[in-house]
Design a protein around this ligand. Structure first.
Ligand SMILES: C[S@@+](CC[C@H](N)C(=O)[O-])C[C@H]1O[C@@H](n2cnc3c(N)ncnc32)[C@H](O)[C@@H]1O
Length: 241
């Protein structure tokens, strides 16, 4: 086989291989297995972990709701709602003129939140069992997307963020609470469990069409977590209110 002929055969094969590699990087999970613990979730066990006085997120939930600006009449999505204590709190705050979507990939959590909302007469709660790469909400349906202790569970952050961007109304806000991951400071568990530090998360979110409203932690009473607020940058053609 001549050299030129070998090149003629090899070049397209290399092109196909590199396109496949790029696609895999673009579409693959950034953290395979991060949600394995939620398979066949035992809700009572997770409730004991999530709704515990030893968890600062739970202890400070009212102040967090204040910092996230949750008030009467708003349409809010609690994304990665877990056992739903924020959904419950937000539903009471937004009242009958507002709405709270509880969004999660774990069917047991969604069934639990559904049953709880019915038992409590919270008629303004809608549950959404979503896939891992989209929040599956209607376009321009929410004022606030609230993502607590869940961003580092997104396996496909770029795609989930794209769906959040679509779901937010013009100038809607994305509120993210997550563990601060600081080498030499954070607990070993945080270092191993959380894939990225605050600056990388900010870069990922701003690259998805959001502006950071303030670099400071908007919940300084949290010791291990930060709260950041972003605003959707409206796409051209969508008028701001
Ligand atoms: C650590 S828990 C936090 C639950 C709740 N926000 C809290 O702070 O108690 C993470 C939650 O995110 C959910 N989750 C993981 N990936 C998700 C995704 N791509 N979209 C929506 N929910 C997701 C999990 O099922 C789980 O309920």
């Amino acid at each position: 086989m001549s050299r030129r002929f070998a090149l003629w055969i090899a070049a397209p094969a290399l092109l196909v291989l590199s396109i496949t590699a790029c696609r895999t990087t673009d579409t693959g999970s950034v953290r395979p297995g991060v949600n394995d613990d939620y398979r066949n979730a035992n809700v009572a066990e997770w409730q004991a972990r999530f709704e515990s006085e030893s968890r600062e997120i739970y202890v400070e939930r009212e102040r967090i709701a204040d910092a996230a600006g949750i008030r009467e009449g708003l349409m809010v999505a609690d994304i990665g709602a877990g056992t739903g204590f924020f959904t419950d709190l937000f539903a009471r705050r937004v009242g009958p003129s507002g709405l709270v979507y509880a969004v999660d990939i774990t069917p047991e959590f969604i069934a639990h939140i559904d049953a709880h909302a019915r038992a409590e007469g919270l008629h303004n709660v809608r549950t959404v069992l979503c896939p891992a790469d989209s929040v599956d909400l209607p376009d321009a349906s929410i004022d606030v997307a609230f993502v607590c202790d869940t961003y580092h569970h997104f396996e496909f952050p770029a795609r989930s963020l794209r769906s959040i961007h679509r779901a937010l109304r013009p100038r809607g806000q994305l509120v993210v609470i997550d563990f601060d991951r600081v080498p030499g400071v954070s607990r070993e568990w945080v270092m191993n469990h959380v894939r990225a530090g605050r600056e990388q998360i900010i870069d990922e979110i701003t690259a998805a069409g959001f502006e950071l409203l303030s670099r400071q932690n908007d919940a300084p009473y949290l010791k291990e977590n930060y709260l950041l607020r972003f605003r959707k940058i409206d796409e051209p053609g969508i008028a701001s209110p």
